[in-house]
Every structure is written in structure tokens, then in C-alpha cells.
Design a protein around this ligand. Structure first.
Ligand code: F6R
Length: 235
């Protein structure tokens, strides 16, 4: 793991932009995308940059189950609003959280990932150590899965919804097994609420109790942190 600690999330986001640009120059064409608050600034920077994704493919990590596509809290809406409307890709894939047959949808998404091996995967880190929506206890070899979100994730996400009742409790997520196959990974974490998970990811044992810890075994991971997220690291 290459661990880089920055004074601010702004600096870390600028670094992530640089890695996107250099990866594209080196031939990356399939980009794994994350949502949430962590990559918001990076998506602004990418939107304002001269990077051209018109021949590239994007594959998103996850989507809530049960939200309408036009719901402003759906990840489909998020991606359109933050990035795709400014930087269209040749093809963009995201799990369909409204699929009638979820099993079919999981199989479809596995096929999408198989046909488009990810060159550069962007990840955020859950405060409980999740990546995608692979919560503590997840199978570290899993393919695309339907998951029940843990209470801590539901609580973390509630800030985006009007009430507890409206906060989704299920999601479709790319599995850890698939995430690990990306050729290169950037994981970003900002703020003191991520510090415990950051320490576990980097310095703890590799365990399904903290799914991000599996990244210790990946040969090409950039961990981009701000000072607060790095504050509990011993090394
Ligand atoms: C989002 C995702 C999640 C988030 C994580 C951190 O697509 O896969 O793993 O990256 O929950 O969320 P934020 O960035 O909102 O703190």
C-alpha cells in the first residue's frame, strides 16, 4: 500500500486527479467509480479538467435497492449530476436497484465486470471499514451481492435523507472479490470519523470484520488520507 497523507482533502483530491490523468495516459480505459461525500471534490476536478472519457467505460460500485432512478439520493442520479453530465463516458454501468429480479441483476452485473476488467478503481471507506457496501463480516471473495446495510451505515447515510424511514436498508454492491481484481486502486478517506477504520485497514490484521483490510494484499493501492483520517496511525 502506498500511503500518502495530505494537509487537506483538497490536496488529496488533487492527487487523485493526477493519478486518474496518469492512468489514462498509461492506457486505462475502465474506471470503477464510488459515490458518497469523499469523491465529490474529485468529481468536480475531473469535470473541470481536460480529461476525455468519451471512449472509456465506468462501472459503479453500488446502488441502493428500492429508490427511483430519478431520486436525487440514488447513486445513478448522483453520478449523472456530479460527473456524467459534464464528462460522458462511452458506456456507464451501475447496478439497477429497481430490478424486479434481483438475482438476474446480480448475474448481469457480474457479467458487466467480467467483460470490462477494471483498470482503476476508486473507493471510499466506510467508518466501519466497508468498501462498496461490503459490510463487516462480508465474504472477501464475493461477487456482486444484495446486502443488508448495517445500522452504522444506515446511520451514516441518514444525513442524505429526510428521515430514518426513508433511508434505504438494502443495496446491491460489487463484491470484495471483484474489487480486488482491479489493476490499480485509489482509496480515499477524510476526517476523524474515518481514523479508526483507516488504522484497521492499514495496520490491523486482514479480516472480514474490516473488509478494507484485504487491500493490504493488493499490489497497487494508493491510500490518500487527510491528516485527521491518518491521526490514529502508529507508523
Ligand atoms: C459508495 C460506497 C461507500 C462509500 C463509503 C464512504 O459508493 O461504495 O463504500 O464510499 O460509505 O462514504 P462517504 O464518502 O460518504 O463517507
Amino acid at each position: 500500500m502506498r500511503i500518502e497523507i495530505y494537509n487537506s482533502s483538497e490536496e488529496a483530491s488533487l492527487r487523485a486527479l493526477e493519478i486518474f490523468k496518469s492512468s489514462q495516459q498509461e492506457g486505462a480505459n475502465v474506471y470503477g467509480m464510488a459515490t458518497g461525500s469523499t469523491p465529490e471534490r474529485l468529481y468536480e476536478l475531473l469535470s473541470q479538467s481536460d480529461i476525455d472519457f468519451s471512449q472509456a467505460v465506468s462501472i459503479n460500485l453500488d446502488e441502493y435497492v428500492g429508490l427511483e432512478g430519478e431520486n436525487p439520493q440514488s447513486y445513478a442520479y448522483y453520478m449523472h449530476d456530479r460527473l456524467f453530465k459534464n464528462k460522458p463516458f462511452k458506456a456507464s454501468f451501475i447496478p439497477n436497484g429497481q430490478a424486479k429480479d434481483i438475482e438476474d441483476e446480480l448475474a448481469r452485473y457480474d457479467q458487466v465486470i467480467k467483460e470490462n476488467p477494471v483498470d482503476l478503481q476508486l473507493l471510499g471507506l466506510g467508518s466501519n471499514g466497508h468498501i462498496g457496501f461490503n459490510e463487516p463480516g462480508s465474504d472477501l471473495e464475493a461477487n456482486t451481492s444484495l446486502v443488508n446495510l448495517t445500522q452504522s451505515t444506515i446511520d451514516d447515510n441518514q444525513r442524505f435523507f429526510a428521515s430514518k424511514e426513508e433511508t434505504p436498508t438494502k443495496a446491491i454492491t460489487m463484491g470484495v472479490g471483484a474489487i480486488r481484481k482491479a489493476k490499480k486502486i485509489i482509496i480515499m478517506a477524510f476526517g476523524s470519523q474515518k481514523a479508526q477504520a483507516v488504522r484497521g485497514m492499514i495496520e490491523g490484521p486482514i479480516t472480514s470484520d474490516l473488509p478494507a483490510s484485504v487491500l493490504q494484499k493488493h499490489p497497487n493501492v494508493y491510500v490518500l488520507l487527510d491528516k485527521e483520517a491518518a491521526s490514529l496511525l502508529n507508523r
